[in-house]
Every structure is written in C-alpha cells, then in structure tokens.
Design a binder for this molecule. Structure first.
Ligand code: NAD
Ligand code: UDP
Length: 329
C-alpha cells in the first residue's frame, strides 16, 4: 500500500512515548519534527534519527507559540511521572494548558489534524471500575496530583472547544500506565523503580500495602493505538481509552519483577503518596470497536524486554564509570 508522506509534529518527541512515536512515523515514511524542551526527555532517545533527513529536532517550550507548517500534530509534551510533574507544578499546568492553546492555534492556522495525549488521571480516584470514557472522574482540584490531572482535564476542554468553535479535527486518547524501553530509570514510576531496584539487589519500595491496582500496557501496543486513532475519519474525536485491560495489584507486579530478574531483593513498605488512586483499569470496548485495536504484548514479554533495556543501560554506565576511573588514574 502506498503511504502518503506527511509532515508530522510531535511535541515531547524526545521523551519515552514520543521517541517511540518518532521511530514509528519515520519508519512509516513520514517527515517528523520533534519539539522538546528536554525537561524529562533526552537526545539519546532520538539519537538514531539525528542524521536522517526525514527527521528534525527543535528545542522549544510549548508554553510559547510555534510557527511551522505541518499536516498532523501529536501533542505529547508534559512530564508524566509524579516526581517529575510535581517538581515544578505550576510549569506542569502551564505545559498542559498553554501547550494545548499554542498547539491548537497552530492546528487552526495550518488545518492540521491534532492528537492529544490525555491520561487516565482524568478519572482521579475512580468510583466506576473499570473506567469507561463516559465516566466524569473524581479528581482533587487542590492535591499534589492536581497540577497534572486538572491541566490535562483543561486541555481536553480546550480540544473540544476548538473542535466545536473552529471545526478542528481532534483526536483525544486517554492513556493508561504504559511501560517499556526508554522509560527514564529515575522517574519514580513503578515499573522502572521496581526493575532498577531488582537489578541492583536493592529493596523494592512498595507504597502502602501494595493492594492498589494498575493495568500495564507495553509501549509498542500503545503507539499502534495512537497511529490508528490519528487515521480515523474526522467524525471520530475520542476521548478513547488506550491501555491494557489486564489489572493487577502493585504487590503482584513487584513479585513478578523479582521473579523475572531472579533478584534477591526484599520488599520495603513505604507510605502511600497522597491521592494515589486505589484502582485503575481501562474499559477498552470503544478502542476495540472504533480502532479494531487491543494490546498484543503479554506482560511477561514486555517486562522481559524492559528488563533487558535497563540491564544494558546499567552495564553501559558501569563501563563509562570504569573508563573515567582508568583515565583519572
Ligand atoms: P516523558 O516525561 O518521557 O515525556 C514527556 C516529554 O515532554 C519529555 O521529552 C519532556 O522533555 C517534554 N516536555 C515537558 N514539558 C515540555 C514543554 N513545556 N515543552 C516542550 N517539551 C516538554 O513522558 P511520557 O511517558 O513519554 O508521556 C508522554 C505523554 O503521554 C505526556 O503528555 C503524558 O502525560 C502522557 N501519558 C503518559 C502515560 C504513561 O504511562 N507513559 C500515561 C498517561 C499519559
Ligand atoms: N508505586 C510503588 N512503588 C514505587 C513507585 C510506585 O508502590 O516505587 C506505586 C504507586 O504508589 C502507585 C503505582 O505504583 O500506586 C503506580 O505508580 P506510578 O507512579 O507508576 O503511576 P500512577 O500512580 O501515575 O498510575
């Protein structure tokens, strides 16, 4: 099948999900412009493309307007892990809200189709389980997660107002916990924390009693969902849940990672962070019916690939440290 080559902007393109999306869209034959301020992203994530004429990287903060000519925009810029988005909460809300306004303005001028990386945090501490798209959520406006949750909720509002008021073509995905290679090793998210701790033989930090649930989607599955949603007819706007509906407790995840790594790490219980949701699992009926999409990569395989990635990362950094010690001697 012939692919129509498009000019595609990815904000947050040097981050975990953004860099996988760059890989996918370049592989599909498109021209990709990656815009990032490198707050949590890294040039290492996009290094493979820097000399590719299909690819351009631009250091830019989405809180400021951007003028480029593009056919499609994926708006992913925003720190996603609690420790990163709570580091400078005002900047987090600005990134979501001003970033949405600036990217929607760009889409309006260029007539580009625009995708928003929204989140399951829209549902807060959910009273409906599993979460369906019509559930309106139970979110604190004043807690430590609010800068992210409310920023993302306001961004959804802006997307739908631009759609109604200016007839913009919008695609809103509500993403549930996703994991895989290129997660930041120190971003505090549960999968990266547990794997790094298990590989180093350190205690596995289980917050609360570990009975809270999450559902984990492998990154390749998620990116397939993004591309399918972007390709839908204009009448499809979302919001659409994208995630893996296999729910498990965080304690079960810890056990699985200890098993897969063959680690001798023991569990260390830590206090549950404020407003940490008790349960989280997507209902993906809409994605199944609208996109013909569902996750394919089983947890064991996805975790094994992620463990291999972190293992490599650790050996590379040990090699670098050994070289520095040798050079200093
Ligand atoms: P990430 O932190 O790895 O990537 C975010 C990227 O945005 C980084 O490269 C960062 O440097 C960049 N960025 C942050 N603020 C910016 C700004 N003001 N201007 C320009 N660039 C900026 O996180 P991720 O996991 O790749 O998440 C990508 C998107 O998906 C985010 O919008 C996040 O909210 C959403 N999401 C992710 C998950 C998940 O499980 N990974 C779940 C729900 C939603
Ligand atoms: N968690 C944990 N130990 C860690 C990091 C996280 O027990 O070292 C828990 C956290 O409290 C939450 C779940 O794992 O209940 C998922 O946390 P993460 O930050 O990955 O994502 P989110 O809470 O945004 O879904």
């Amino acid at each position: 099948m012939d692919i129509v080559k498009k000019r595609i902007l990815i904000t947050g393109g040097a981050g975990f999900l953004g860099s996988h999306l760059c890989d996918r869209l370049i592989n599909d034959g498109h021209d990709v412009l990656c815009v990032d301020n490198y707050f949590t992203g890294s040039k290492d994530n996009i290094a493979a493309h820097l000399s590719n004429p299909q690819f351009e990287a631009l250091r830019h903060d989405v809180c400021f307007p951007l003028s480029v000519e593009v056919d499609e925009i994926y708006n992913l810029a925003c720190p996603a892990s609690p420790i990163h988005y709570q580091f400078d909460p005002v900047q987090t809300t600005k990134t979501s809200v001003l970033g949405a306004i600036n990217m929607l303005g760009l889409a309006k001028r260029t007539q580009a189709k625009i995708f928003q990386a929204s989140t399951s945090e829209i549902y807060g501490e959910p009273l409906v389980h599993p979460q369906t798209e019509d559930y309106r959520g139970n979110v604190s406006t004043i807690g430590p997660r609010a800068c992210y949750d409310e920023g993302k909720r306001c961004a959804e509002t802006l997307f739908f107002d631009y759609h109604r008021q200016h007839e913009l073509k919008i695609k809103v995905a509500r993403i549930f916990n996703t994991y895989g290679p290129r997660m930041h090793p120190n971003d505090g998210r549960v999968v990266s924390n547990f794997i790094m701790q298990a590989l180093k033989g350190e205690a596995i930090t289980l917050f609360g009693d570990g009975s809270q649930t999450r559902a984990f989607c492998y990154v390749d599955d998620l990116i397939e969902g993004f591309v399918r949603l972007m390709a839908t007819e204009d009448a499809i706007t979302g919001p659409i849940n994208l995630g893996n509906p296999v729910e498990m407790t965080v304690a079960e995840l810890a056990e699985k990672i200890v098993d897969l790594t063959g680690s001798s790490s023991k569990i260390a219980y830590r206090p549950l962070p404020v407003d940490d949701p008790t349960q989280r699992c997507p209902d993906i009926t809409v994605a199944r019916e609208t996109l013909g999409w569902e996750p394919k990569v089983p947890l064991t395989l996805g975790l094994q690939r992620t463990i291999d990635y972190f293992d490599r990362l650790m050996s590379e950094s040990e090699d670098r440290d050994a070289t520095i010690v040798r050079l200093q001697a």
